[in-house]
Ligand binder design. Structure first.
Ligand SMILES: [Zn+2]
Length: 267
């Protein structure tokens, strides 16, 4: 048993030169599971290949909610900064359908109203529903990305009866996060929690059995200078231990139990 980072992007070009180091530092920090989330067909394939080489890596296959409507956004002339190729959406959905059985989880998927204009929300929801149904039919946990559309995502997940759901880097109101936890879903707290009032409040007020740790690496770094990496969850676990007034070992056990309840295996 150890710590888990439930949301990492180790296929990101930032890690290309030092993946061995990143994984070694995670191991040294006590991290035994890293759930690497895919964003589209090409990225999902890269995640799968990485997981085949590295036993600590658990592959999540997804379709980033902005990527899901990128052709429509381009057609409307909307600027969206994106690195790398733009795989066709149908190809990404088909890839997921073909490989869902190999997935540790389905994600990241969700709704994004920050980049995506309101006229494309119905199309984004349609794809989201299709992927949630796919995950549920395969009995896979779901990792949710949502920005500005947290309420709507909860409505859809509730209506569809999705239970094994982890909300990654929740940016909505803390009250809504509390409702999501009370509803029986999980929320993962990123490594920048110590300088975030809302993530600190979530650690203080949401039952530990509904909380997990993540980095979203290379994003959301705790020190803003270097990219974040899975080893950073150790400092968040220590921070949670201080807030909960328990030993780091107890905090680690709580997060491990929470991981096991969602994913069905210990980290
Ligand atoms: Zn992500």
């Amino acid at each position: 048993m150890g710590l888990a980072d439930v949301h990492a992007h180790l296929t990101h070009p930032r890690f290309a030169g030092d993946l061995v180091g990143v994984i070694a530092r995670a191991r040294d920090a006590g991290v035994t599971s890293i759930v690497v989330n895919g964003l589209n067909a090409a990225d999902n394939a890269a995640v799968r290949d990485l997981a085949r080489r590295e036993p600590a890596i658990r592959p999540a296959f997804g379709l980033y909610p902005v990527d899901a409507v990128l052709p429509e956004m381009r057609a409307l002339g909307i600027e969206y900064p994106r690195e790398g190729p733009e795989p066709p959406v149908a190809e990404s959905v088909a890839w997921l359908r073909a490989h869902v059985d190999e997935a540790f989880a389905v994600g990241e998927i969700g709704l994004d109203g920050y980049w995506v204009p309101v006229e494309l929300w119905p199309r984004q929801e349609e794809i989201f529903r299709e992927l949630v149904a796919l995950a549920m039919a395969a009995d896979k946990p779901i990792v949710i990305h949502t920005r500005k559309r947290e309420q709507r995502a909860l409505e859809i997940l509730t209506e569809m009866g999705a239970r094994r759901v982890c909300w990654h880097c929740f940016g909505g109101k803390v009250r809504l996060a509390q409702r999501i936890a009370a509803h029986g879903h999980w929320l993962s707290i990123p490594a920048n929690a110590q300088r975030s009032e809302s993530f600190t409040r979530m650690l203080q007020t949401i039952p530990p059995e509904r909380l997990l740790l993540e980095t979203d690496c290379p994003y959301l770094s705790p020190d803003r200078v270097r990219p974040s990496e899975p080893a950073d969850v150790a400092a968040t676990a220590a921070y949670a231990a201080r807030l909960w007034e328990v030993t780091p070992a107890v905090a680690e056990e709580r997060f491990a139990a929470s991981f096991a309840a969602l994913f069905g295996v210990l980290p």
